[in-house]
Design a protein around this ligand. Sequence first.
Ligand code: DQA
Length: 147
Amino acid sequence: MTPTHNRVLVLNGPNLGRLGKRQPEIYGSTTHAELAEKCVEWGRELGLEVEVRQTNHEGAMLDWLNGAADEGNPVVLNAAAWTHYSYAIFDACAQLVAPLVEVHISDPHQRPEEFRHTSVVTPYAVEVVAGHGIDGYRMALEVIARS
Ligand code: DQA
């Protein structure tokens, strides 16, 4: 199937719906709704049609990733904690046909918990953007726009 590169999915995993309230010293004060608005606007500036989704349910995320594989959509993925242990997410990323960019608001490699130092997404990502806060999503969309 021909990749529909101008339609990009920004997929956010568990607990990211609580952005703004959740540990603002780590994740900042921007809410998920505000992040979604910014992503759509950044996308528009880059000529991309961006759709932002968030779920706490791994099955829903897998369905979205499988859909992106079927439709040939590029994906910006913050799999949150699933990043570190979900082989189902690993297998779903393996099926993507258009560019995948991994995003983290914090930099998991700089954080003290050992479990954050591995990622099942990285092997399939064209780039990892981490530690740039919400701006990392803009950087990830720029990578997609260039690819
Ligand atoms: C995160 C980092 C993960 O380690 C953590 O589990 C998250 C958010 C980030 O965006 O910094 O939930 O992906």
